[in-house]
Design a protein around this ligand. Structure first.
Ligand code: TAP
Length: 479
């Protein structure tokens, strides 16, 4: 593996005109936060990017009040077609500012620019276009005639796909007629703040979208707030559980998109070249910071040696380094905290007897980096086969029969996604039918589309985002 010395690419960096500090975006204006401000840094260089306000309970209260006013006075009174026009406008502005958003995302998150440019930002625009089209067609959402909005939605999102998660939350909420208060993750607030500028550019009525930054405490204050009608959360299962307890017994409707431990199942009749690319994309896309990552490779015993060998060869060709370099395949780990977690789980994997192999590369002094790593001969009881690592770490397990593959794939408290690689359509259908996973990819992995519902079984949460189903979480049934 080659490592590209981290050197910020000045020309692409210059596309983003960051302010030295950002306030909160409440009621259509930028206001100071009452909490202690914090810095957001580039995980690739540890360079300070901007100072960010923290919203305390009082600020959250102002944001929820603004969202309520906007709901009562303007947004709930607009026709679906008019709401749709605003969403179309946002989608077009995202496209216009696509390069800037992609660079800002890569700077703040550490993901390679080719991913933020070709995957994240185009999907953000696609999500707004898609839900713009639904705004005047809610009668067809499957909830009966005249489904109504819930009111004020509190939305709390993680750091792995900051702008994409924002789009997954805000687009359906607004299309359905709700107003929102959104809290981005502490380590990746920048693109949500740039999105607030887009909201201003789109001339959205004040208070329809409010962005409050801060750490977990801000999220807690938002979720607890009695003026909130809906809580939409994406993040860890631990925090999701806490949120479910907080809202239990209240009027609030909740959707939770939580962790995962997906099995990527490779049968011996799979197209191996394609499968290798799919395995790499499944676990090393976005440094493995993906809830639906194919973190457990289940490979049929008779092709195990060949697959692992070819995987290792492929990994030595990946380039890890400057997220703003267009040739980079693997960027930086999002935070020191996450890096420590990946290191510690990897050490446990080794102690528990799995064979560790990492792609050879130089790790620079600054920034947070973890070489793509494979653990072979992992047992089903091993910690790295059970816990979400949320990093570029693949656990390899083997199976002999489809029944054994299914049993092993389902042997997890999670149930978000899975992959199947085989050249037999009948096998795909038979196996998919028995997998307890919300999303199943066949001969591909990590493909997303706004028209396709996404969400989990078991401890991966409940509710669906995307498609017609994604509207249900933001609507009361009609009549
Ligand atoms: P979390 O620590 O759960 O954080 C998610 C968000 O919740 C952040 O904005 C966080 O703020 C906030 N938060 C933390 N404690 C809170 C509390 N007590 N009440 C309300 N909000 C609180 O997860 P993470 O580390 O950001 O993300 C990694 C996890 O998210 C992984 O487990 C991953 O699988 C999961 N994830 C799931 C999905 C889907 S779609 N299922 C998608 C992406 C990620 P701070 O960041 O400031 O702490």
């Amino acid at each position: 593996m080659s490592f590209l010395e981290y050197a910020p690419a000045p020309e692409s960096r210059a596309i983003v005109k960051l302010r030295p500090s950002y306030g909160l975006f409440i009621d259509g204006s930028w206001v100071d936060g009452h909490g202690e401000p914090f810095s957001t840094i580039s995980p690739a260089s540890e360079e300070r990017l901007a100072e960010i306000a923290t919203a305390d309970e009082h600020d959250v209260d102002l944001a929820v009040a603004a969202a309520r006013r906007a709901y009562d006075r303007t947004w709930s009174r607009l026709s679906g077609a008019d709401r749709g026009k605003y969403l179309f406008r946002i989608a077009r502005l995202v496209q216009e500012r696509a390069r800037e958003l992609a660079v800002a995302e890569s700077l703040d998150n550490g993901k390679p620019i080719k991913e933020s440019r070709d995957v994240d930002v185009p999907l953000v625009a696609a999500w707004f276009f898609y839900y713009a089209g639904w705004a005047d067609k809610l009668d067809y959402a499957g909830l009966g005639a005249n489904p109504r909005a819930l009111g004020v939605a509190a939305q709390v999102i993680p750091w792995n796909f900051p702008l994409m998660m924002l789009a997954w939350k805000i687009a359906p909420a607004l299309a359905a007629g709700n107003t929102v208060v959104l809290k981005p993750a502490e380590t990746t607030p920048l693109t949500a703040l740039l999105f607030a500028e887009i909201v201003q550019q789109a001339d959205l009525p004040a208070g329809v979208v409010n962005i409050v930054t801060g750490a977990g405490g801000t999220g807690q204050a938002l979720v607890r707030h009695p003026g909130v009608d809906k809580v939409a959360f994406t993040g860890s299962t631990a925090v999701g559980r806490e949120i479910a307890k907080t809202v239990a017994g209240t009027h609030k409707k909740v959707t939770l998109e939580l962790g995962g431990k997906a099995a990527n199942i490779v049968f011996d009749d799979a197209p191996i070249d394609q499968a290798i690319e799919g395995i790499v994309n499944g676990i090393f896309f976005n440094q493995g910071h993906v809830c639906c990552a194919g973190s457990r490779l289940l490979v049929q015993e008779n092709v195990h040696a060949e697959v692992v060998d070819r995987l290792k060869q492929r990994l030595t060709t990946l380039r890890m380094g400057d997220p703003l370099d267009k040739n980079t395949d693997i960027g930086a780990i999002n935070s020191r905290e996450q890096l420590d977690r990946i290191r510690s789980l990897s050490d446990i994997g080794e102690q528990e007897g799995a064979e560790r192999w990492s792609a050879p590369c130089e790790i620079p002094e600054n920034g947070f980096w973890f070489a793509p790593t494979i653990f072979d001969n992992v047992s089903t009881s091993s910690t790295i086969a059970r816990e979400e690592v949320f990093g570029p770490v693949l656990s390899v397990l083997t199976f002999r029969t489809p029944a054994e593959a299914i049993a092993k794939a389902n042997n997890t408290p999670y149930g978000l996604s899975a992959g199947i690689w085989t050249d037999k359509g009948s096998k795909i259908l038979a196996v998919a039918d028995k997998l307890r996973a919300g999303v199943i990819w066949a001969n591909t992995f990590n493909r997303f589309d706004p028209s396709s519902p996404f969400g989990g079984y078991k401890e991966s949460g409940y509710g669906r985002e995307g498609g017609r189903h994604g509207l249900a979480g933001y609507l009361k049934a009609g009549n």
